[in-house]
Write a protein that binds this ligand. Sequence first.
Ligand SMILES: C=Cc1c2[nH]c(c1C)Cc1[nH]c(c(CCC(=O)O)c1C)Cc1[nH]c(c(C)c1CCC(=O)O)Cc1[nH]c(c(C)c1C=C)C2
Length: 583
Amino acid sequence: MPIIPQQGRVGIVGGGISGLTYAYFLGKLRPDVKIDLYEKSARCGGYIRSKRLGTTEYDSRANQDYTILEKGPRTLRGESPGVLLILDLLFKCNAQNELLGISKNSLGNRKYLLSPYSDTEGHSGKLSPVPYSFASFLRFLFDPLGKGVLFGLLKEPFVRSKSTPDETVEQFVSRRFNKSVSDNVVSAIMHGIYAGDVAKLSAASVLSRLVDIERQHGSIVRYGASQLLQSLKKKTPEQLAPEVELYSKVFKPAFNVPKTARFLRKFPVLTMRDGLESLVTVLQKNLPANVAVHTNTAVRGVAKKEDGLELTLSTGETVRVDHLRLTVNGPATAAVLQNAEIGALVAPLEYTTVVLANVYLPALKLLSHPGFGFLVPKTMQDETQLLGVIFDSDIEQSSRRLFFYNDVSTELTSESPISDEKLAKLAKAVANRGAVITNSYTKLTLMLGGHQLKKGEDLPTRSRVHKIVRDVLLSKLHIDLDKCNGTEVIEIEYWTDAIPQYRVGHEELKKKVAEATRQVFGDKVTLGGTTFGDGVGVPDCVVQSFTDAYGVTVDSEFGHDAQQNGVSNENPNPQSKKYATYR
Ligand SMILES: C=Cc1c2[nH]c(c1C)Cc1[nH]c(c(CCC(=O)O)c1C)Cc1[nH]c(c(C)c1CCC(=O)O)Cc1[nH]c(c(C)c1C=C)C2
């Protein structure tokens, strides 16, 4: 029995990147199915929002009269498997020119940690570069934050591996290295991804690769060193993630995937010319004809019927569907499913709230440390509740067009092999291209709160955030807003309950929720989004949407429809049940 019958109907809850990409992939795989996406707010995109801010003067050198204030995520990680799917999507929508890249050695890729230090002028905290070379690593060892790093690295190969079902990131890092590495380095990274606390986040969820290495090889340092030696000795063929292999077989990407993966590795940070919301716009404009998006429409509940499911909408209508995909957070999922057991399982889920302040200073170049931004480790947290600061102007000015000129597209779309030397030359040519934006300005985003905001506590008021912005800029970056002649633009957003906290036992909890959902709804309901997926990043959401959309079509007897639409639904690995089952 196919999961979605021919000419069937699918409902999707949530118009964020997870809902939209699920609709896109499923629409392509099953053109016979009618897909309705319900988004409760007036717009799609979720936390991805790029606000255009008009400036008074048209800058002919920059060829633009606006700047973008990113209100949410703004960069993609070039190395993440999902980026290959996003790039293919952009190529197929003829929007690949929008993608920009920051090369590995670019100053815009440099990251800093706030280190203890104060000077006579009252500036507190020094920005210490995250090591990017052997020399910078040696320098870091003498920084107060580097205390214990060398000892931790030397000790790690001799630490016995331990098989625990799960533990906190702090426990894992302290056990393998030492607590100072967790407090001074890893805590900052966790602030910069989850706005979360190392003492609560799950090692199995957020450091799954390292946990796997410990389980399989015993030591992370020894494994890392052996991999490094091997790569120096012989060239290993490009290892693609299984999801990317599957995608390549199903969707036939517009480019040579292994070559493109190697190329993108040279651009660890990717951006979009008009902000990350362009991805949402491109997606919405190019949704297959069988997808309808309903904004301002919430799904209030779902009831099991003999021939499928009945959705109750906020408009008062009821809609019958064969399959329901939920891409919203835990509480919203429980509210739709209205099941006591599922409700009890998701009740302990926690989310962090992040306060985000965009600062734009036109015509002034004031950043003294070029880079991506800085993060605040646990040991440096104070009453400002600062998590980190993103240097948007440096990110934008270090971004280069990747596919605008034909050299890269021609090379990556051809099947002929490319040597490492030629690939490096190509990446260098891109890095040496002129900046897309050339005028002088300073743009920053401050991120505050996260796990430091206690449950039930009032969020900092706008005026308090304005004061924090002024204090942080002055004390950490030596930028005095009082000297900016009132030209500064400061905008504040509250991302309430935005980032799921994968706490100890989260993998187990996901399994239990999926199992309880299956018990009640069989294979008619699947769960996605950042809470029930495998990561909080945009590429993670895209990969999950693809694998799960494929999952509901793979058993289908209507594969020929998908093939007629330019995709194949053969399972490239019939032994693997992963893509035919549900999470
Ligand atoms: C200071 C707070 C935050 C900053 N970014 C985020 C927060 C809460 C949100 C965020 N950052 C990342 C992700 C995942 C995206 C993905 O992997 O696709 C999310 C939701 C990515 C990220 N940002 C930093 C790191 C080390 C990572 C992991 C992957 C990568 O290498 O890109 C560092 C970082 N984040 C922030 C700053 C200021 C910063 C470094 C200086 C802001």
